[in-house]
Design a binder for this molecule. Structure first.
Ligand SMILES: [Mg+2]
Length: 393
């Protein structure tokens, strides 16, 4: 495949939420499962493959899905668990390529260009990726499409779901797309499909050969985009997730404050929020920034670099208080913000600060609080000092 100009993989977990429920609860295996809130107003998030012959699927009102599939078992979603499995799956992808673009919890593009010496030809690569996902998750299946563009790889992964593996060599991508319905073209929603049908355009091939001026006149500029896709032209590259520059929490206050004691209490709350987000997103910070907005809207800020990276709220709070002490202004302030910057992926030596005995206890406490919030939702735990404001941003 090194003869391919680019090798792009699209990997999409099969019925992800429902498959996790079936993995965790053997009684659900082989049975129709609907994941979603069990209420009349809820919608189905994922239907297991056993439920799909009854014509139920994602985004369908739960009430309708239950009528169509009366023997389905409805399971409340467990997002913390889905995120946990997602991290495992994304970790597997990262072992295959440094360039992974996650599209959602269960779907990603991988740029595998020039890696056949490591992973073999596309078919072998696809089988290895599928086996690695199954192995790491205890048996979940993923559908994989491999081609020379993101677009064709994505259409290919959906081609033979579940547990599919579809390889479309770039030099025959256009031919492979040709007989497919226009619905496979990104941007061709139901309304546009109807319009295209009115024009007699039912297949990708018909779009590919249509006169572009006529097509633009008929359906607008989106025609050019559809036509490029229909010819398997898609120059976009896989965009690996970049680190955010900073993670911050700002609170506009109900009443302006000036007393440092009061400001410190607000900073504690902001530090808790930022610390939690750092841990959740697996980043450490080497810088802390304090931001104050005066009642005349003038902004004051101070920042400090840390000797050791941290993800501890306690540490962020300490440093922010040091920043506060450097501010020679009497306020009052209408907004208080705390930001963590100079971020790096957590792991290895960046965990040092967490392991220091001085902060070990607070780190353990913070991890415990994270677990409670994962289970019971944000705000389940309030610090006794936690002040209320007009709401965090
Ligand atoms: Mg999926």
């Amino acid at each position: 495949m090194d003869a391919w100009p680019r090798t792009i993989v699209h990997a999409d977990m099969d019925a992800f939420y429902a498959a996790i429920e079936q993995l965790d609860n053997p009684e659900l295996r082989g049975r129709p499962v609907l994941v979603g809130p069990n209420s009349h107003r809820g919608v189905v998030l994922t239907a297991s493959y056993e439920a799909r012959p009854a014509r139920v699927g994602s985004a369908m009102p739960m009430a309708l899905a239950r009528r169509r599939c009366p023997n389905a078992i409805v399971v409340e979603p467990r997002f913390a668990r889905y995120r946990e499995v997602s991290r495992i799956v994304m970790g597997v992808f990262a072992n295959f390529s440094p360039d992974v673009e996650a599209l959602s919890l269960d779907e990603a593009f991988l740029d595998m260009s020039g890696s056949s010496h490591l992973f073999g030809e596309p078919a072998a690569l696809g089988r290895r990726l599928k086996a690695a996902v199954a192995d790491a998750t205890g048996g979940l299946t993923v559908s994989v499409g491999i081609s020379g563009t993101k677009y064709v790889a994505k259409v290919a992964s959906a081609h033979r779901k579940p547990d599919g593996l579809t390889i479309v060599s770039p030099d025959r991508a256009r031919e492979w797309l040709a007989p497919q319905p226009v619905a496979v073209l990104w941007g061709a929603g139901p309304k546009l499909q109807g319009r295209l049908a009115d024009l007699g355009l039912m297949t990708v091939a018909q779009i590919a050969v249509a006169d572009p001026q006529w097509l633009v006149a008929a359906i607008g500029k989106t025609a050019l985009h559809l036509q490029a896709l229909s010819r398997a032209e898609d120059a976009r590259s896989v965009e690996a997730l970049r680190h955010p520059k900073s993670i911050s929490s700002e609170l506009t206050l109900e009443t302006d404050v000036a007393a440092h004691e009061e400001i410190r209490r607000h900073l504690r709350r902001a530090a808790d929020t930022v610390g939690r987000r750092l841990r959740k997103q697996a980043y450490t910070a080497r810088g802390v920034r304090l931001k104050l907005k005066r009642s005349d809207f003038r902004i004051l800020s101070r920042q400090t670099a840390l000797s050791e990276p941290t993800q501890s709220a306690e540490r962020l709070w300490q440093v922010a208080q040091g920043c506060l002490a450097q501010i020679d202004d009497r306020g009052p302030y209408r907004l208080i913000g705390l930001g963590a910057f100079d971020l790096a992926a957590a792991g290895g030596e960046s965990q040092l600060d967490l392991l220091c005995t001085a902060t070990e206890r607070s780190a353990k406490l913070e991890a415990a609080l994270d677990a409670i919030e994962d289970r019971f939702g944000p705000g389940a735990v309030q610090r006794a000092v936690g002040p209320r404001g007009r709401g965090p941003r």
